[in-house]
Design a protein around this ligand. Sequence first.
Ligand SMILES: C[S@@+](CC[C@H](N)C(=O)[O-])C[C@H]1O[C@@H](n2cnc3c(N)ncnc32)[C@H](O)[C@@H]1O
Length: 267
Amino acid sequence: MQTWIDDRHCSDSASTLHTRLGLPLLSEASAEHFYDPEKDALLSWQTPKKSVMPQLTLIPPNTGAISIDFLGGKKAHRRQFGGGKGQPLVRAMGSLEERLPDVFDATAGMGGDSFVLASLGFNVWMNERSPIVHALLQDALERAQNADDLEPETREIIERLKLTNGDSAEIIRHSEQQLETIYLDPMYPEKKKKAATKKEMAALQQLLGPDMDSSDLLDAALSKASYRVVVKRPKGAEPIAHDTLPTTAVQSPNTRYDIYVIKTLKR
Ligand SMILES: C[S@@+](CC[C@H](N)C(=O)[O-])C[C@H]1O[C@@H](n2cnc3c(N)ncnc32)[C@H](O)[C@@H]1O
């Protein structure tokens, strides 16, 4: 699938992204002759209703457009109504009375899980290997960092998020930094029912396909995490193939969080 960068509205941003990603620019002329919205994806800047800031938006063929907004929309909603510290993702992070462990989110995707964790006080290093998905995340993070009307609480959440681009297995293996909790939420090879129909995940699946190297990523994570590794799986799925089985798990209606407790594993 060819992805284009829309050069028709935000020319400066388009040429910066073109230099970074090496994807072709879509001009009025190429739009007419070469761009096929039924086969090609487009990275474009769109200004949502009630906003003045254009957001980098991925318009894939066949599924709805997606962009990331840390300050409004679903992420703000999930932060407000998502269940706080009682939600399964957070319970999977362990007993958090003394100090919250730092989290390396090795499969950042649309940043939803990272944002929930940051909103509950975790420092989260998000890493994403797809340059296109990383560009969406970076656009959202920069918009949030540069917003001048942020409430102090929201500014603190944004300051807890750090973003990098690359393969997490490589980064984990070469990191000199202590990685406490490593979180994995790879794209499932098996067909998911409900989750796959969510617009964002459907678009990511179309763009990226399944992550076939999750057991290597788990291997790297288990060799490095000092506190625990948490892996999100669909309910009923096998744990990621590995010689090590999860120590325990937290269940929710559609999802299971497999937990590999490192201290126990290393004893
Ligand atoms: C299911 S999505 C993650 C969704 C994310 N938890 C969220 O809340 O939006 C999986 C993402 O992990 C990324 N990914 C998978 N394996 C990776 C790896 N080894 N290194 C970096 N990113 C990886 C994929 O490119 C994809 O964007």
